[in-house]
Design a binder for this molecule. Structure first.
Ligand SMILES: C[S@@+](CC[C@H](N)C(=O)[O-])C[C@H]1O[C@@H](n2cnc3c(N)ncnc32)[C@H](O)[C@@H]1O
Length: 243
């Protein structure tokens, strides 16, 4: 079911970039130490998109404040195309993200406006169709898009304590079923239960240093090679051991 967070504030974070704060649940949509820094580190650069020939196809769990979306548009090589699918079960209002400038901000706001009117999945584009954004208004666990094979998955719900239903084996299976064989899934969580769920969903799993003060973040892929720059974790340790 779609609901809307009601008490949302725009907040400035440690690197000068902005994110949202849900006053009702006391949740920040990105790290308060640096929203843009975290987004670049874990999602845009962490999934190694820059090593792939565009067009890029991205699948995101949690459109939220559109920081990952606007950062991905900014990282696109000149003239390249982007096909961005975001799944969101509690979209914010367009005015909540009025801090994003330029065409990426405009297309994010347009998608949120249309989503508010229709209550259904919407498709918007910018720059003569070069940037396409599909906002799927469903819960991630029910998301099915048989033709979609993403080059990267941004796995970005609130943390396991706030959004426990979004970190299950089934949720990682949904990601797996929509990824190309070399694609990387990035997430900021380093929790053992999260890594275990990734292994159970059939992924190779690796950890890497986090941004700023964060010690560690996690990457998963169906390809071990894709994770070569990171520290591969032992499946036995997480699945059969007691890590
Ligand atoms: C950490 S915020 C996302 C931040 C966003 N990616 C950004 O860059 O601004 C988490 C978002 O995930 C959404 N979410 C959490 N669990 C979800 C689920 N199971 N299905 C769809 N959306 C979910 C929340 O409603 C929230 O908007």
């Amino acid at each position: 079911m779609i609901h809307r967070p009601e008490l949302i504030d725009i907040v400035e974070t440690g690197d000068g970039s902005k994110t949202l704060h849900d006053r009702h649940r006391d949740l920040h949509y990105r790290s308060t130490h640096g929203a843009r820094q975290e987004s670049d580190h874990v999602f845009v650069r962490g999934t190694r998109l820059h090593e792939r020939e565009p067009p890029w196809t991205i699948l995101e769990l949690g459109f939220g404040a559109a920081v990952n979306f606007t950062g991905t548009v900014a990282a696109l090589p000149d003239g390249a195309a982007l096909n961005y699918h975001a799944v969101e079960h509690a979209p914010v209002y367009a005015e909540n993200v009025d801090f994003h400038p330029g065409p990426a901000g405009d297309v994010a706001r347009e998608a949120l406006k249309q989503a508010e009117r229709s209550g259904q999945t919407v498709h918007c584009s910018a720059d003569d169709g070069r940037i396409e954004l599909s906002l799927h208004l469903v819960d991630w666990s029910t998301f099915r898009h048989p033709e979609l094979r993403a080059d990267a998955v941004y796995f970005d719900p609130f943390g396991p304590r706030s959004d426990p239903n979004s970190w299950t084996v089934e949720c990682f299976e949904v990601a797996r079923d929509h990824m190309s064989p070399e694609a990387i899934l990035g997430t900021y969580s380093a929790a053992s239960d999260v890594k275990r769920a990734m292994f159970h969903a059939g992924f190779n799993v690796a950890s890497a240093p986090g941004p700023g003060h964060k010690r560690e973040v996690t990457f998963a892929s169906l390809s071990q090679e894709a994770l070569a720059p990171y520290d591969l974790l032992s499946r036995e340790r997480y699945v059969e051991g007691n890590e």
